[in-house]
Ligand binder design. Structure first.
Ligand SMILES: Cc1ncc(COP(=O)(O)O)c(C=O)c1O
Length: 331
């Protein structure tokens, strides 16, 4: 089956199973005080070029909600883009974890916010930004830093939803530090499940006092796994031998190939810039039908207009998948 529905439909990199098998041998201290989680923290300090605290969790929604709850009181406001996953797809998780905070959607082209919009927004507790964005675009470190600066001036905490952080990083070729704390990010939801892990996401905290606020929430919400070592093992395997970057580069290259393959084809329009691994296309009805008849899977994306569809590539997308997609689209 040829599947462009989501990077969540892809399985897991084989390296995960070897890592889990190694991690399963012997005993280890429970609740995240194990040697694998400690080693991951050292690894992340090197990777991000600064001290960090880590909270491994199993979903991106939990990572986002825990981060936001640590920065927002129950009557607080969280600023985010109008297309944000936290407002569209998480069924009020941020409100639930904060005990009632409000998400305030802000406008911005191509899924991106601008510093002026943040400056003009009503008083709030924090700002949540996604990179890569839900529109498949990527903020540069300079653009992100301008948001971080606007947030600092308005006394807002800054959360980065990095469900596709590695796709953004691979697209830009900058360092993880440039795309996080150097741009004013206080806490990162570092995604890994979409890009090779079985089920592992990592909250990376760049401010010590935030870590102190997250720690009890992590436990109380049931996200502190007794065998956290199995999450650490996945995340370590993810970073080993550049697996994370290799997987994301592959997915991004597949999306680029799709975008290049459909330019100048009648009945097809690329509706958002393709910076990472997500392509939004407006398709004439006969093309969408031909794709469905060919058994190619993809989602409608009415959020971006009528006849708009989303095509997501992932680490297991093959050249053959793309060839078949393009051959079915091309008259
Ligand atoms: C931008 C973004 N943030 C967060 C998430 C949440 O991840 P999860 O489905 O693991 O809760 C997703 C998943 O699709 C996402 O696309």
């Amino acid at each position: 089956v040829i599947d462009f529905r989501s990077d969540n439909t892809h399985g897991a990199s084989p390296e995960m199973f070897e890592a889990l098998q190694r991690a399963a041998a012997g005993n280890a201290t429970s609740y995240g005080d194990d040697h694998l989680t400690a080693r991951l923290r050292e690894r992340c300090r090197d990777l991000f070029e600064t001290d960090v605290d880590l909270f491994p969790v199993v979903t991106g929604t939990a990572a986002n909600a825990l981060a936001l709850a640590a920065m927002t009181p129950p009557d607080g406001t969280i600023l985010c883009h109008a297309n944000a996953h936290i407002i569209h797809d998480e069924l009020g998780a941020a409100g639930f974890f904060t005990g009632g905070a409000t998400l305030l959607p802000l406008p911005g082209d191509d899924g991106k916010l601008d510093p002026e919009t943040i400056a003009a927004a009503p008083p709030a507790s924090c700002l949540s930004i996604a990179n890569a964005t839900e529109a498949g675009t990527v903020y540069t470190p300079a653009h992100l830093a301008s948001l971080g600066e606007a947030a600092r001036r308005h006394n807002l905490g800054v959360h980065l939803d990095g469900a596709r952080f590695t796709n953004a990083l691979a697209s830009l070729g900058c360092t993880p530090a440039d795309l996080t704390w150097r741009a004013g990010v206080d806490v990162l939801s570092f995604g890994a499940t979409k890009n090779g892990c079985l089920a592992a996401e990592l909250l990376v905290v760049f401010r010590r006092e935030l870590a102190a606020a997250i720690a009890p929430l992590w436990q109380r919400s049931g996200h502190r796994l007794s065998k956290t070592r199995f999450l650490a093992a996945q995340l370590e395997a993810y970073l080993d031998h550049d697996l994370w970057l290799r997987n994301a580069r592959h997915a991004n290259a597949c999306a680029r190939r799709i975008a290049e393959g459909v330019t100048e084809i009648d009945g097809v329009a690329i509706v958002r810039p393709v910076d990472a691994n997500v392509v939004f296309l407006r398709l004439d009805a006969h093309i969408a039908e031909a794709l469905e008849t060919a058994g190619i899977l993809f989602y409608d994306w009415p959020l971006f207009g009528p006849d708009v569809y989303r095509f997501v590539s992932g680490f297991t997308t093959t050249d053959e998948d793309i060839t078949r997609l393009l051959a079915t689209i091309t008259p």
